[in-house]
Design a binder for this molecule. Structure first.
Ligand code: NAP
Length: 237
């Protein structure tokens, strides 16, 4: 196994897009992956053969999640692992048409999509090496909200507002960047041709497109407080 790879943490890095990013980043990164479920996915065993790997169970719904994250990160550091990058990918994407909203469901979405990433930022900032980049996965809906998913869109817009403020708080030691992405990994129920037709480039993205953008931000020491829109031009249609 190659030594001396930089350690990055991917919050929400065990499933779906986060998992695909972990696979894309493993060749040149050692990885800490978090997920909310008890069982870890089988493919992590393959990933552990490619790179150094640690996992944490971080569930946004856990009332003790703030202190839990702090304790896990302190424990990580005590083993000699120092993080030099963070990607916060955790989120939920429910369809919630206007007229069906309840306080309970709204609180859940704020919790996972906004509160949890904020707590992650708070726990991670003191643990990241100087010069690190903290990156948030946002959504192109911050430009044009999804009307059937307005609570989702609002939660991502709230997170987008965090990016410049956090960049100010954490500069010059840590840079903060958001990625407002179009579809880079679709669910099976959605027609891929329809998704492709939504973008100027007439295609969906893929996890490699996003990994390239994450690497670009990480390797750009003059970049902070910005949101990169990576949606094939969907926002301009
Ligand atoms: N897929 C796309 O094309 C696309 C497009 C635009 C934006 N995004 C954004 O990119 C991110 C990842 O997308 P995705 O498609 O992989 O979304 P997803 O299928 O909703 O999965 C999101 C991640 O969040 C984690 N998660 C869910 N509930 C959690 C909880 N209670 N506590 C902690 N973690 C939790 C999941 O892991 P566990 O199940 O292990 O907890 C999973 O890794 C999301 O923030 C999404 O909004 C994705």
């Amino acid at each position: 196994m190659p030594e001396n790879k930089p350690w990055w943490i991917l919050v929400g890095g065990m499933r779906r897009l986060g998992g695909a990013l972990a696979e894309a980043l493993a060749r040149d990164h050692a990885l800490v992956l978090t997920g909310s479920q008890d069982a870890e996915p089988e493919w992590l065993k393959d990933l552990a053969r490619q790179t150094s790997l640690q996992t944490f169970r971080w569930d946004a719904m856990d009332p003790e999640i703030g202190p839990q994250m702090m304790a896990d990160l302190a424990g990580l550091e005590s083993t000699g692992i120092h993080l030099s990058g963070a990607v916060i990918a955790a989120g939920v994407f429910p369809e919630q048409p206007f007229g069906t909203w309840t306080m309970e469901e709204l609180e859940n979405i704020w919790r996972v999509n906004s509160g949890f990433p904020m707590l992650c930022a708070q726990a991670l900032a003191p643990r990241l090496a100087d010069g690190s980049c903290m990156q948030f996965l946002l959504d192109t809906c911050i430009h044009q909200p999804f009307l059937k998913r307005l609570p989702y869109s609002a939660s991502k817009s709230g997170l987008a507002a965090l990016v410049p403020g956090l960049a100010q708080l954490l500069a010059p030691r840590i840079r903060v960047v958001g990625h407002a992405i179009g579809t880079v990994l679709h669910d099976e129920a959605t027609d891929p041709q329809w998704l492709a037709s939504l973008s100027l480039l007439q295609r969906s993205g893929n996890p490699e497109d996003l990994a390239r953008s994450l690497r670009f931000a990480s390797e750009s020491p003059y970049l902070t407080g910005e949101i990169i829109t990576l949606d094939g031009g969907r926002r301009w249609r």
